[in-house]
Design a protein around this ligand. Structure first.
Ligand code: NAP
Length: 260
């Protein structure tokens, strides 16, 4: 299926590893020119080289913290008029809300709600004028099904999702779409780290923890980040302009409901 994206320009935030990297790879396969960001230069450059080698796409790297104004400005300077924006950043830490300070909350809201909102603010009017825009926000399955110890993630991402529900409907008539991708368990470094902690805590091999988590999803496995990247590219397709303000759960069926 040709997604009609050849020659388009994208900013993919937080894309040296995991889900962001997978989105970048899938878009590059469709002929999209990329700006990818992350804080660590070495891994970012290595990923850019891998994407170029695999796809032949033009990939520009921007090292910086996307949750800061300077980080966002650098990404936008490298690609001021993107056709595609994939919002992503690290997630807030786990814990007990009794221990979280106001500063902890502000950091979470900054990273997982205000950062995507300010990036969207910078690009969405240009997309409307050019009559093409695809914005994908990587959030979490926790937006639909809260994970108690990830309270700051539940809260900040739900705030973003609520805001987008309104904005997506204001810009859709210009062929600009904004949708959320909600990952369940995908085997990235982040999830592997969580499994490693659990293995240590319970004094069990990590393979056992992964097998347990895999068995708990109807699909009987955890997700492959490449599958996530393909879903992102699909939402960005030229023919996806009627998919507006949706929140697509990719969780192997883990969220139990009759629909949606
Ligand atoms: P990951 O494997 O740890 O990769 C995170 C990527 O983001 C890395 O490239 C990292 O590079 C970059 N990054 C992190 N913070 C950044 C920042 N402030 N500025 C710029 N780049 C930044 O994580 P992941 O599993 O792909 O997760 C991506 C997002 O999805 C997170 O918000 C996570 O909470 C959420 N999520 C993931 C899962 C899952 O199963 N994997 C499930 C639900 C939600 P640097 O560290 O070098 O900056």
């Amino acid at each position: 299926m040709d997604l009609g994206l050849n020659g388009r320009h994208a900013i993919v935030c937080a894309a040296s590893k995991g889900l962001g990297r997978a989105c970048a790879m899938s878009l590059a396969r469709e002929g999209v020119e990329l700006v990818i960001t992350a804080r660590t230069a070495e891994t970012l450059e290595a990923t850019a080289a891998e994407i170029r080698a695999a796809t032949g796409a033009k990939v520009t790297t921007v090292v910086g913290d996307i949750t800061t104004e300077a980080g966002r400005a650098a990404a936008l300077a490298a690609c001021p008029d993107p056709d595609i924006l994939v919002n992503n950043a690290g997630g807030p830490p786990r814990g007990d809300f009794r221990n979280w300070t106001r500063d902890d909350w502000i950091a979470a809201v900054d990273a997982n709600m205000l950062t995507p909102i300010f990036l969207i603010k910078a690009v969405v009017d240009g997309m409307c004028e050019r009559k093409f825009g695809r914005i994908v926000n990587i959030t979490s399955a926790s937006v639909k099904s809260p994970i108690a110890e990830l309270g700051m993630s539940n809260g900040a991402r739900a705030g973003l999702t609520g805001f987008i529900g309104g904005l997506a409907r204001q810009v859709a008539r210009h062929n600009v779409t904004i949708n959320g991708l909600l990952p369940g368990p995908f085997l990235t470094d982040r999830l592997r780290g969580g499994f490693a902690d659990a293995a240590k805590r319970t004094n069990r091999p990590i393979e056992e923890i992964i097998a347990e988590r895999s068995a708990s999803t109807p699909a009987g496995r955890v997700g492959d980040p490449a599958e996530f990247g393909e879903a992102c590219a699909f939402l960005c397709a030229a023919s996806s302009g009627f998919i507006v303000g949706q929140n697509l759960l990719l969780d192997g069926g883990g969220f139990n409901s009759t629909m949606g």
